[in-house]
Design a protein around this ligand. Structure first.
Ligand SMILES: NC(=O)c1ccc[n+]([C@@H]2O[C@H](COP(=O)([O-])OP(=O)(O)OC[C@H]3O[C@@H](n4cnc5c(N)ncnc54)[C@H](O)[C@@H]3O)[C@@H](O)[C@H]2O)c1
Length: 244
């Protein structure tokens, strides 16, 4: 069965991986609802429906549940990263990062998941940083992405009887605005030129290159297709071999 005409809800759809996913699924003939807090960027994406909302609170998340009733696919790609010296993180940082990276996917898996179609799919965007610590400055982000792996497994169990597969992808370095932000902040915090960091970040990647958002979107499409349906509860790396 093709994805044609089925509904996909993609969070973080105005940028990077979420955007590439929304566009790819649209091109596959799916009806796509793109969700993001950034109205200006979201509205530039043609051929999809736009839902501008803040996923850091329940009011904003409930709007997604309302429009996503009957969805075939939920892709949790919205994410928040904040870089600081590890000793400078506050409880406010933890709460704000967890609100987007942990609470929002949990809420949507629970509340949208229960009104999704049986036989559907959920894909969560975790990160290579859940497995590999190269930057202390992203400590809270990394811990939030690790929490997402455990949540993915629990919901995979819960939804298996409905034939809904639930997986997490752990992308490595992927060229998106978030990656650019990481380089800019690291450059500032470590007092190292942006260009130096941009080159050295690939040293630990056996394939010596970054991923494109389109590559990650292609993996997501596979996981929500019939061919990917028997894969569930998995933490799937897509990182050029950074973690083997
Ligand atoms: N780019 C990478 O190298 C990389 C690597 C591993 C994992 N990831 C993960 O993949 C996902 C997509 O990353 P990306 O690089 O495309 O990031 P991005 O910053 O380009 O896009 C993230 C999107 O999430 C949205 N968002 C943030 N807070 C929100 C909120 N409160 N409500 C609604 N929307 C909100 C942003 O507006 C943005 O459009 C994220 O979860 C990220 O953690 C990215």
């Amino acid at each position: 069965m093709s994805l044609q005409g089925k509904l996909a809800v993609v969070t973080g759809a105005s940028s990077g991986i979420g955007r590439a996913t929304a566009e790819l699924l649209r091109d596959e003939g799916m009806r796509v609802i793109g969700v993001d807090i950034n109205e200006e960027k979201l509205k530039k994406i043609s051929g999809i429906e736009h839902l501008v909302t803040d996923l850091s609170n329940d009011e904003g998340r409930n709007k997604v549940v309302k429009v996503g009733n009957g969805a075939h696919a939920l892709v949790n790609a919205a994410g928040l990263i904040r870089l600081k010296k590890i000793e400078d993180f506050t409880t406010t940082d933890i709460r704000e990062i967890y609100a987007v990276n942990v609470e929002a996917p949990w809420f949507l898996m629970s509340n949208l998941g229960r009104v999704m179609k049986d036989g559907g799919s959920i894909v969560n965007l975790s990160s290579v940083s859940a497995r590999l610590t190269v930057t202390q400055e992203t400590a809270i982000y990394a811990s939030s992405k690790t929490a997402l792996l455990a949540m993915t497994r629990s919901w995979a169990h819960a939804y298996a009887p409905r034939n809904i597969n639930v997986n997490a992808i752990l992308p490595g370095i992927t060229d998106t605005p978030m990656q650019d932000l990481v380089l800019r902040k690291l450059s500032e915090l470590r007092n190292i030129p942006y260009e130096t960091l941009s080159t050295s970040r690939l040293e630990s990647v056996p394939m010596k290159r970054a991923a494109s958002p389109r590559e990650i979107a292609g993996f997501i499409r596979f996981l929500i297709s019939d061919e990917g349906k028997y894969i569930t509860g998995q933490s799937l790396s897509q990182d050029g071999g950074a973690v083997m």
